[in-house]
Design a protein around this ligand. Sequence first.
Ligand SMILES: [Zn+2]
Length: 486
Amino acid sequence: MRLDRRRFLAAGAGVLAMAADDSVFRWQRFDVVVANGRVIDPETRLDAVRHVGITGGRITAVSRAPLRGAQVVDAGGLVVAPGFIDCHAHGQDLENNRVQALDGVTTTLELETGPVDVEAWYAERAGARLLNYGCSVGHIAARNEVMAGRSTTGFNGGLDQPAARRAATPEQIEAIAELVDRGLRHGALSVGFGIQYVPGSSRTELMTMFRVAAKHDVMCGLHQRYGGVLEPDGLAGIQELLAMALVTGARLHVEHITSNTGPLVRQALDMLEAARARGVRVTTDTHPYTAAMTGIESAVFDEGWRDRFRIDYGDLQWAATGERLTAESFARYRAQGGAVVIHLMRPEDVAAAVAHPLAAIISDGELTGGRGHPRSAGSFSRVLGRFVRDEKVLTLPEAIRKMTWYPTLIVGGRALAAKGRVQVGKDADLTIFDPARVIDRATYEAPAQPSEGIRHVLVGGRFVVRDGTLQDELAGRPVRRAGPAL
Ligand SMILES: [Zn+2]
């Protein structure tokens, strides 16, 4: 009998496919099984009911047939997604981790205003976080150390305001670049910038940092120099970034595009698309709120801010108390310093960015003693509940892509290669939620109110949220770039 080779191969493939889904797992017992959920994996575009088996912190089965496990959670009617990756999270302590976990986040990355001492940053968090953590090396922090001789964790507290407005000498630029280079050698994921907070930074200084990033093939994440609608406006800020990326070859990530461009956001997004079409490697992110938040003492509020952003004192809300400001209280708080919520964006501009394929979903959030901006606790559930389910601004699989797999591509390299995917061999970071119920509950008045509808969250196979209840599992692990030996 003549063997039909093609038919034989087809039959073989069929057996293999069946084996991969069914019988291979029949005798296995997994640590954890997530049964009957609608599994959405953006990279492979899987969107189907599956059973997920977890062993030793990794996904070891994604099966059509039921699996046996030491622990089994029924995810019938729920979505099983890769754990959400917040690549713009300022809140990096347990207080923030608790609300982030209940919002479905499994990995929080501080990529805008990272530290200068990367080793110390990771050491401080080792074994002491619910969620995975990672950072950039911060240009602001490195600059402040060189220019003012003190360390700062970002744009609030410790940032020397006169030094922030002063140009660096060639020697100082060299010293800042050396600190940035050291941070990358110590495993920082990227270089983080906030030019608007250190307006003394010259083109030469910034280009020097971009070249360091290009040498290590890491991304530059920037809060741009200009914002608002008056020249030089938010688009001028983006042009500066695109030019630096084009000239140096460094990958560019434009942070919170809505906050700086406001009503110009569609033009800004068009610019990024056009630049990509011409070979510039650029991405962006946005949170789903019409208000921003920053330090009232910062250069953002230098003379002319009301015209620049087309807002007034009453559009500012003091984070510590929730009160709206007046000319008098603005002057008082600016002298004192602290976080202020800025109501400045139109809902249609936020929706345009949330829906745009180049924009990752992020929180940009930080709570301190329960006070702050609701984005810390509600960003991801707000997108899923309000923008996907209620307003149909984007589809559920697309929203999940922007929260999981896409951020791993933004960061690039191998540090996040095992995250953002529901696939065999990947880290068992999973977010399991009820698509009919998921919604944010945090408000400007009660910003720490946790989201609803996130049923289970696993970090490395351990439950951080179970049946909607926070577990005290310090499951977080460092996400770090594997650089050359020191
Ligand atoms: Zn920023």
